[in-house]
Design a protein around this ligand. Structure first.
Ligand code: NAI
Length: 346
């Protein structure tokens, strides 16, 4: 049997290492492209069976049409979120698989690392002691114990983050569009969560409905000094409103692993360049904002799981009638999709 040919977009050294390690003597042949998938680069996919993409590749209507014309049969997302894919347009034309969970611990632990760094000013202290400055001035933090954390989205990552917070003796309240049944989580309405929380952490997917759920009106409802943590998707937060909220001293701190305009900036080295995005530059200039460039997933365990599941998704699609990790427009909208039985969605 001829090999399954995969065009792997936005390839980084750590991706190549983990995929090459996992792809030993396999029926799958991977070509790695540094460039992201978009309308200009989709022509590279000609002659391939699969495109493998990540969070900042653009899988729009036009890109999907070109992929189909090029004979590509499968879009293999090596991530969980699919907000960058026009899944409605893809339905009936090209199948999409994803890695539903690669390490929820990696993301939840990163959210807590950002929170601890922020409240205990570790980023400031690290720079100071590197410069033999041992002054404690301005480094006063606060105890997390006894504070109320509001968790938006109580899926795999949100629940682990809740467990971590409980370990710190924090009071946890949560909002989820589909609250978990039979759980000991205290669910509240979103508005109440905004009003009651000292810290708010976002762990829900980005959808049309919740884009900019943090906006001038919701910020108005929040406690003065609230800390926002976003390790989910950047566009949950209106960044311009965030800047204003911090300037007004309403928002006490922001911990951002994602940013709504991240796709042109994150994962690249722009040191020595002038960054064009004034909002991002303003946020980074603020002493109470910590930005990491979408690295919450980046652990050895997660990379290895991503490679294993992506390769097995591809093999399963070409060798079987089942397609365990397929997603489509109908899966999201209704449970009547064939995927409920692990069959291909169409
Ligand atoms: P999950 O699917 O297990 O949980 C998501 C939860 O959000 C579900 O309980 C769902 O009911 C809830 N939800 C859906 N729509 C909502 C809404 N409008 N408002 C409130 N809750 C809503 O997903 P998981 O694995 O916990 O991942 C959460 C998000 O984390 C992903 O969607 C992705 O955007 C982000 N992520 C970020 C990574 C990073 O490296 N920064 C890595 C992996 C995921």
């Amino acid at each position: 049997m001829s090999k399954i040919r995969v065009a792997f977009y936005d390839a980084k050294e750590y991706d190549i290492n983990s995929f090459e390690k996992a792809n030993n003597e396999s029926e799958i042949e991977i070509s790695y492209f540094e460039t992201k998938l978009n309308e200009d680069t989709v022509k590279l996919s000609e002659g391939y069976d699969v495109v493998c993409v990540f969070v900042n590749d653009t899988v729009s209507k036009n890109v999907i049409d070109s992929l189909c014309n090029n004979g590509v049969k499968l879009i293999a997302l090596r991530c969980a979120g699919y907000n960058n894919v026009d899944i409605e347009h893809a339905f009936g034309k090209i199948h999409i698989v994803r890695v539903p969970a690669y390490s929820p611990y990696a993301v939840a632990e990163h959210a807590m690392a950002l929170l601890l760094t922020s409240v205990r000013r570790i980023h400031k202290a690290y720079n100071r002691t590197k410069d033999f400055n041992f002054s404690l001035s301005g480094l006063t933090g606060f105890d997390l114990h006894g504070k109320t954390v509001g968790v938006v989205g109580t899926g795999k990552i949100g629940r682990i983050f809740i467990d971590i917070c409980r370990g710190f003796g924090m009071n946890v309240i949560a909002y989820d569009k589909f609250p978990a049944k039979d759980s000991d989580i205290e669910y509240v309405e979103l508005e109440a969560l905004f009003e009651r929380s000292d810290i708010i952490s976002f762990h829900c997917p980005l959808t049309d409905e919740n884009r900019h759920m943090v906006n001038p009106e919701s910020i108005e409802k929040m406690k003065k000094g609230v800390i926002l943590i976003n390790t989910s998707r950047g566009a949950l937060i209106d960044s311009a409103a965030l800047v204003e909220g911090i300037k007004d001293r309403k928002i006490g701190a922001a911990c951002l692993d994602v940013y709504e305009e991240e796709s042109d900036v994150f994962f690249h080295d722009y040191s020595g360049h002038i960054v064009d995005d004034d909002t991002l530059a303003r946020l980074i200039s603020m002493p109470n904002v910590i930005v990491t460039s979408h690295q919450a997933f980046l652990t050895n365990e997660a990379l290895s799981n991503i490679a294993d599941v992506t390769l097995s998704n591809i093999s399963e699609f070409f060798n079987n009638d089942t397609c365990s990790n397929e997603i489509c427009y109908n899966c999201v909208k209704a449970s009547s999709c064939a995927q409920a039985h692990k069959a291909k969605c169409f």
